[in-house]
Design a protein around this ligand. Structure first.
Ligand code: NDP
Length: 313
């Protein structure tokens, strides 16, 4: 592969963190090149209304908001490549980032903003019916199941929040929880337990999602009583957590046991000098667009200081 380009600043990922890093880096004349990834715009492109991002008093659709982020980054000269990173080499400077096994970029500084993705149960029927009644985003797709019966799997805050959201739209919501207790905060537990049209199914495992072209039921097993049951639902929502998109950095960047990149507290610095991490790839606690954008700004400022202190800027 002899297709090599050198860039001053390389940003991997195009969610709120990556685009914010790009705006700051471009305005500081750090000449950022962004590799947008397989889901340009990130998780917000699969949501609908965003009402908690400051500056949008009427709310905004997630995909539209990400278009605004993109335009702002490009306005200051960010070079966006609509491709993905296949491998990286941080063993020596300048760092190498390979795009789609075709072009190798060498970069003085790298900002990792690869985000996170929803986890799935891993059932073949879940994959087959994904988008046809199976969804990992109640807020995106709940509307399609108005006045119908649906099920949601998971016992954390996300599942509880989404169950409450669905309960407002749907006729009935089954909440499938594998243990005999919820992991969600006490306040969220209280809310779901006290919502009349949410039925809790504890100690329950999903065996199969039924239906050919769309969901027409879910077969579940009670682990205690060993009783199988079919829930007559038309929608099946999965809310069992997220997985950071950090596999390509394994063994290179320090991570916790779940794969979240570890940064020096209060900074975006990773264990590799000149490689910075921001957004959901390094945040399992807040996971908000606005916090991702905030850490994207931090990464660009940290990267600028790094370039300056190494005589590269
Ligand atoms: P969590 O990891 O907190 O919870 C995941 C849930 O899914 C757990 O109940 C877990 O069960 C269950 N689960 C995992 N894998 C499976 C599986 N294969 N089959 C069935 N069930 C499974 O993820 P969340 O997305 O809910 O939350 C992530 C973080 O974000 C948390 O820190 C949470 O507090 C926070 N958050 C906060 C919110 C808020 O404050 N408003 C809103 C949303 C999230 P088990 O308990 O048995 O492991």
């Amino acid at each position: 592969m002899d297709n090599i380009e050198h860039v001053k600043t390389l940003i991997i990922g195009s969610g709120p963190a990556g685009y914010t890093a790009a705006v700051y880096a471009a305005r500081a004349d750090m000449k950022p090149l962004m590799i947008a990834g397989l889901q340009p715009g990130g998780q917000l492109t699969i949501t609908t209304e965003v009402e908690n991002y400051p500056g949008y008093p009427e709310g905004i659709q997630g995909p539209e908001m990400m278009e605004h982020f993109r335009k702002q980054a490009q306005r200051f000269g960010t070079d966006i490549r609509w491709s993905y990173v296949s491998s990286v080499d941080f063993s020596k400077k300048p760092y190498k980032v390979v795009m789609e096994e075709k072009i190798t970029f060498t970069a003085d500084t790298v900002i990792v903003a690869t985000g996170a993705s929803a986890k799935w149960l891993g059932l073949p029927s879940e994959e087959r019916l994904n988008g046809f009644g199976v969804s990992a985003c109640a807020v995106c797709d709940g509307y399609f199941f108005r006045k119908q019966d649906v099920a949601i799997v998971g016992g954390g805050d996300t599942a509880a929040e989404e169950a409450s959201y669905l309960a407002k739209l749907c006729n009935k919501v089954y909440m499938i929880v594998r243990k005999d207790e919820l992991r969600a905060s006490k306040a969220m537990q209280h809310r779901v337990m006290n919502t009349p049209n949410i039925e809790m199914l504890f100690n329950t495992e999903t065996l199969e999602i039924l239906g050919e072209k769309s969901v027409d039921g879910v077969k579940v097993l009670n682990n205690k009583t060993k009783e199988e049951r079919v829930l007559a639902v038309t929608g099946f929502f999965v809310a069992i957590g997220h997985q950071p998109n950090t596999q390509i950095f394994k063994g290179l960047l320090d991570m916790d046991e779940q794969g979240y990149i570890i940064t020096v507290p209060g900074t975006s610095k990773t264990n590799i000098p000149g490689v910075f991490a921001c957004g959901d790839a390094q945040d399992k606690v807040y996971r908000q667009a606005v916090t991702a954008a905030g850490t994207g700004c931090m990464a660009a400022l940290d990267a600028e200081r790094f370039l300056s202190s190494h005589g590269l800027h």
